[in-house]
Design a protein. Structure first.
Length: 220
């Protein structure tokens, strides 16, 4: 079974978690695209969605699903999003698509975060996937030097601007064995908007598409 088929299976399983009439949080990426399509095909009518990227908002609207601004809601019962890596504590690296800041905001607003992935995303230790951080453009060099000081190798994501008008640095080689500590530390650097570690607020439930079906996990 291809990764794409596994993503689709996980996405379809997440649709079963959606309460009709609710306002849901919707992340970003190819797995989430399957979720949006599966939600539309399911006939489950949500009141609206808060989207973590312009691309997801456009896709939701394309299916006739209303998109609301995050500021118009006080909370969301459910957030569905993918990940680039996820460990057994359901801590993640996210931001491969560059939507990490809005994803973190919508996740923070949500009571329950359901992460949907194909099985290649499950890892024993975070860090093979380069860690994205969103940075205010004028802080690029300063933040780059601080990353080197912390043991990482930053690389500018060429030709990419986030939905918030900022740049992304992808960090390789940094020790992420204490993800909560590292998430806080990176967020404290002046000019960093967000980093792609989702450890302070991990997922609550993981749905993994595999060749033998969808496997659910909660944090170990
Ligand atoms: C985007 C993300 C995505 O959730 C992550 O990159 C996974 O993407 P995909 O579902 O395409 O594999 O964090 O910023």
């Amino acid at each position: 079974m291809s990764a794409e088929t596994q993503k689709q299976a996980a996405a379809e399983a997440a649709v079963e978690k959606v309460q009709p009439g609710s306002i849901i949080g919707v992340g970003s990426g190819s797995t989430v695209n399957h979720f949006i399509d599966a939600l539309a095909a399911s006939g489950i009518e949500v009141e609206a969605a808060v989207a973590a990227s312009e691309a997801s908002a456009e896709r939701l609207r394309g299916h006739g699903i209303e998109v609301r601004d995050a500021n118009s809601v006080t909370g969301l019962a459910l957030y569905v999003d993918g990940a680039d890596e996820i460990n057994r504590h359901l801590q993640m690296i996210k931001g491969g698509g560059g939507a990490l800041t809005r994803e973190k905001i919508v996740a923070a607003l949500s009571e329950r975060f359901v992460c949907i992935v194909d099985e290649s995303k499950r890892v024993t230790a975070l860090g093979d996937f380069p860690l994205p951080i969103e940075v205010i453009p004028m802080a690029r060099s300063y933040v780059g030097r601080q990353i080197v000081r912390l043991g990482g190798r930053p690389e500018l994501r060429e030709g990419f601007t986030t939905d918030n008008g900022n740049i992304i640095l992808d960090i390789r080689g940094m020790d992420l064995s204490e993800p909560i500590h590292r998430e806080r530390e990176l967020n404290n650097l002046a000019g960093v908007v967000t980093n792609g570690l989702f450890a302070l607020r991990p997922a609550d439930e993981l749905l993994v598409g595999t060749d033998t079906g969808v496997q659910p996990f909660t944090a170990a």
